[in-house]
Design a protein around this ligand. Structure first.
Ligand SMILES: *Cc1c(COP(=O)(O)O)cnc(C)c1O
Length: 343
């Protein structure tokens, strides 16, 4: 039996079809704009997100940071959630690379509302930094899906106040599926959107930044500044095309598997699953069983070829994806049961 890896959907492997498409991809020097496969991927990404243009970047972090760099000027302030990926998981890059400050939103539900934008935008006055960008996220990195109306209201307020809006849509296909809308409807709540093909969509590398033609042209130069100009990038682009066209269509299976995993874990006495929080492919649970030890638990599962993460803030996270089947979930649940029974 192979390894069951529940740590993240970033562990997904390129499919056989992707590997073949990569091997046979027609390529050129993308810095000259000569890579036909990459051009096809960027046109496809723009079309799916309802934007004029798109730019391939090496990671979601690079896409978000290029978005910020291209929308802002040094000394500006950006509005973002305190737990958002941009603020919490990108090593302070916005301050380091774009030299912007953060106006942070810290709501209990981690959502960002229209009134937060109104409250945090600085008046145009000599003492204050210029607030230039609202950073939205959907799905949130904790697996929560933001209702379309909440996003739309926040974006409209930002536009009314003269801000630009960037959407971190790393898992936008998961969010759209969960909401029953098209990804483009979420992207319409922002001037620019970043999404990843390297997570649940199984491509080995890459994300796309989408926006107006003029914005993407400037972002392309900024990508060069960050050392992100790529040559025969169509090798990666070929996998990205399959990720968008094909792998985005199977995410429902991951969402169903996450619900199933949550339901089965909840049947184990002493394990409390936040079932209402299972909105995409992530399951969060906690336990107060005496003797339940995070490190021991992880190594117990590892001996059964199951990789999972230690708890974070009291919560264990398990993520379903293309490499996790129903039988894998049943096997995992029985392993958790066995660990608990042995305490
Ligand atoms: C994964 C993720 C990113 C990008 O991560 P990289 O590891 O840089 O590709 C950005 N935002 C969110 C919400 C994410 O989950």
């Amino acid at each position: 039996m192979g390894i069951i890896d529940l740590r993240s959907d970033t562990v997904t492997q390129p499919t056989q079809e992707m590997r073949e498409a990569m091997a046979g991809a027609e390529v050129g020097d993308d810095v000259y704009g000569d890579d036909p496969t990459m051009n096809r991927l960027e046109a496809l990404a723009a079309r799916v997100m309802g934007k004029e243009a798109a730019l391939f970047v090496t990671s979601g972090t690079q896409g978000n940071q290029l978005g910020i760099m291209t929308h802002t000027q040094r000394g500006d302030e950006i509005i973002a959630g305190v737990q958002s990926h941009i603020v919490h998981y990108e090593a302070g890059a916005a301050a380091r690379l774009s030299q912007v400050g953060y106006a942070l939103v810290d709501n209990g539900d981690q959502l960002l509302y229209s009134n937060d934008v109104r409250r945090l935008v600085r008046p145009r006055e000599i003492h204050f930094p210029r607030t230039s960008l609202l950073c939205l996220e959907n799905a949130l990195c904790n697996g929560t899906v933001v209702p379309l109306k909440t996003m739309k209201d926040a974006a409209e307020t930002a536009w009314e106040l003269g801000l630009k809006v960037h959407l971190d849509g790393a898992r936008i296909f998961n969010a759209a599926l969960s909401l029953g809308v098209e990804p483009g409807e979420l992207a319409a709540c922002a001037d620019s959107v970043m999404f990843c093909v390297s997570k649940g969509l199984c491509a080995p590398v890459g994300s796309l930044l989408c926006g107006t033609g003029e914005f993407i042209e400037r972002a392309r130069q900024n990508r060069k500044v960050l050392g992100g100009g790529l040559r025969q990038a169509g090798i990666l682009g070929a996998a990205g095309i399959i990720a968008i066209e094909k792998m985005s269509k199977r995410l429902g299976e991951d969402h169903e598997n996450a619900k199933y995993l949550g339901k089965k874990l909840a049947e184990i006495p002493g394990i409390k699953v936040s079932e209402e929080k299972i909105q995409i492919n992530m399951v969060f649970w906690e336990t107060s069983i005496p003797g339940f030890n995070s490190a021991d638990f992880v190594s117990f599962l590892a001996k059964k070829n199951i990789k999972t993460s230690e708890d974070r803030g009291g919560f264990y996270r398990m993520v379903t994806h293309n490499g996790v089947s129903r039988p894998d979930i049943d096997f995992t649940v029985s392993a958790v049961r066995e660990y608990v029974a042995g305490l």
